[in-house]
Ligand binder design. Sequence first.
Ligand code: FAD
Ligand code: UQ1
Length: 438
Amino acid sequence: MAALHRLKRCHCSGMALSHLHTSSRAAAKEHYKVLVLGGGTGGITMSARMKRKLGAEHVAVVEPSEMHYYQPIWTLVGAGAKSVASSGRTTASVMPSGVKWVKSKVQEINPETNTVRTDSGSEISYEYLIVALGLQLHYEKIKGLPEGFGHPKIGSNYSVQTVEKTWTALQSFKEGNAVFSFPNTPVKCAGAPQKIMYLSDAFLRKTGKRSKANVIYNTSLPVIFGVKKYAESLWDIVKRRDITVNLRHNLTEVRADKQEAVFENLDKPGETKVFQYEMLHVTPPMGPSLVVKSSLLADDAGWLDVDKDTLQHKRYPNVFGIGDCTNLPTSKTGAAVAAQSSILDRTITKVLKKEKPDKKYDGYTSCPLVTSYNTVILAEFDYNGEPLETFPIDQSKERRLMYYMKADVMPHLYWHGLLKGLWGGPGPYRKLLHLGMK
Ligand code: FAD
Ligand code: UQ1
């Protein structure tokens, strides 16, 4: 109403309506050629690449968090092999210099008007939008959580608030069941729920407690791992180390005061089983970013609906997606983000030139399956679940070299390569390393 009155007053005094429209929009809106939503792995990586392409002044990133975390190292934090402090740097320090950091939460995306609204009430318009909002953790979908984390003996490597609780629970283990869960939803880094189990097994052996422990992996999946080549190696390991694997077991409730975890049998609806635990590691249910889900950019399940080859949105050609928020049919990892970033860079270059995107993403993803404090199976595969290994050796074997890659090389590659827009995944090196073998 007030706006209407103002409008009428201006009109009467002879001010051109078009002028009023432009100046009020300029006051209310910020505009960027490229707007990036989310300043996690994919968001910072793409902002560095877009800065190089267009100049820093044309790029903005919306990210509310003061801290940026290298999440893959949380597997080792939960097992006491790295400190949580080593996993984080300030967002200010990873933001490419000159790129505008909008320190707010995205509340609404409107691709029809090319605008985004933030929780501080401001509206930002864009020419091109890159969505990198990650996924949502849903601890609250398990009865008794998150409040159960207030008790000891329970931890979760999936959040910075709970990762150190895993290490506390492991250190204080005396005797009984060590239980590890895998939810009935898509997850990021599908290997992580069992990596901490192998590390815990190794820790209990090292400290002489393994004979008093039952190590139990309860997974919602019908398999131990989605790619046969690596699944075979993992079955060998669990047998050798006397680890119990219960397939199709889904965690529904934690009674932390009684140290009880309730699992439903997904093959027998209504049937539940209570596991008494001395240690419980929870991998929470996960789902799409709620902002994406409630926008016109989502597919039916709520994930960002992008083309699997080019990462361009299927209905809005000036919108692109990268990482965990997308419906790309591959395993959600930082390694996948690396490979996606070079493809997306190329797609955007082509779109800016009004040409057709030409480079196709093959679904490359990787999961360093940590199997002890000095061994890793380096799983790498594509959209078809076919191994796509970088090194000309059998990567389904446990290897010490790969552990050092995971623990010491990858963090450097992340902070100094990927986040600077200089690492687009190992594709080119794979071709080189395999040349000699052909
Ligand atoms: P994220 O890096 O999670 O970034 C999303 C960003 O969006 C966050 O900064 C968040 O604050 C921001 N955001 C969310 N909502 C809003 C909003 N409304 N407005 C603005 N910003 C918002 N990957 C590997 O490659 N190898 C591994 O060994 C590995 N191990 C892992 C182990 C664990 C325990 C975990 C948790 C992850 C692991 N990953 C691993 C996975 C990897 O960390 C993720 O796949 C990767 O970080 C995804 O990047 P992203 O940009 O899509 O999401
Ligand atoms: C990778 O590129 C990457 O991103 C930097 C990771 O961390 C998030 C990884 O864990 C892996 C395995 C890769 C792939 C890289 C190589 C050299 C195989």
